[in-house]
Write a protein that binds this ligand. Structure first.
Ligand code: HEM
Length: 178
């Protein structure tokens, strides 16, 4: 996982819970990087789970919920950092349909070591979309947060229902309705 994702995560934690919490989760999680992340560096995704686990102990919020919140937050960061993906886009479905074929393709050009999930659109109508998430990193809660962040960006109200196709979380179906 790219350092920039870790940096955004720690920034969110600092904003929400203060710098001491950032310090504590880095120390308690004993992550190999010791919390020093360069934007272009690559770190094992288990560091993210370790940090989230420690944050969950402090905040008493489920790790799933924290990953979701981080996804929603980081989408806002993406809209500012990569405005090019949003030119001429009028709805969340247009962006979501573009993640696999365009957005993540460009991300890979920028960061060839990025570890990205794959998404396939199984069904799409004007107000409903079914997307299948596949990833060995099992970050479906993060993906769900990104989907909500995307809808928020367009001021849309959506409902997302999640179905585990593989119980270990490597294949998850999202049904998004407007
Ligand atoms: C402008 C929009 C977007 C940008 C710039 C972007 C970029 C990125 C980057 C840089 C990573 C980290 C790769 C790594 O750490 O190695 C990532 C991961 C990820 N992205 Fe995107 N992304 C965007 C939109 C989305 C959307 C809308 C979704 C959800 C449908 C999504 C789903 C994910 C997931 C779930 C991961 C975590 C990796 C995994 O699950 O295996 N992304 N993305």
């Amino acid at each position: 996982m790219k350092g920039l994702v870790f940096r955004e995560f720690l920034e969110m934690v600092e904003k929400e819970y203060g710098y001491e919490t950032v310090d504590t989760i880095i120390e308690k999680s004993e992550v190999p990087s010791e919390g020093v992340y360069t934007s272009v560096g690559t770190y094992h995704h288990s560091e993210m789970f370790a940090l989230v686990t420690e944050l969950s102990k402090i905040t008493k919020l489920d790790a799933d919920k924290l990953l979701f919140t981080f996804g929603e937050y980081v989408f806002g960061v993406f809209t500012k950092a990569y405005p090019v993906f949003f030119v001429d886009k009028k709805s969340s479905f247009e962006i979501l349909a573009d993640v696999e074929g365009t957005i993540h393709v460009e991300v890979l050009k920028l960061y060839p070591e990025a570890e990205l999930p794959t998404f396939s659109i199984e069904e799409e109508t004007t107000d409903m979309m079914v997307m299948i998430y596949r990833s060995q990193r099992k970050l479906a809660d993060f993906a769900e947060g990104l989907i909500h962040g995307c809808a928020k960006h367009f001021d849309e109200k959506i409902t997302v229902s999640k179905e585990y196709i593989e119980q270990d979380g490597t294949v998850v179906s999202f049904r998004i309705t407007k």
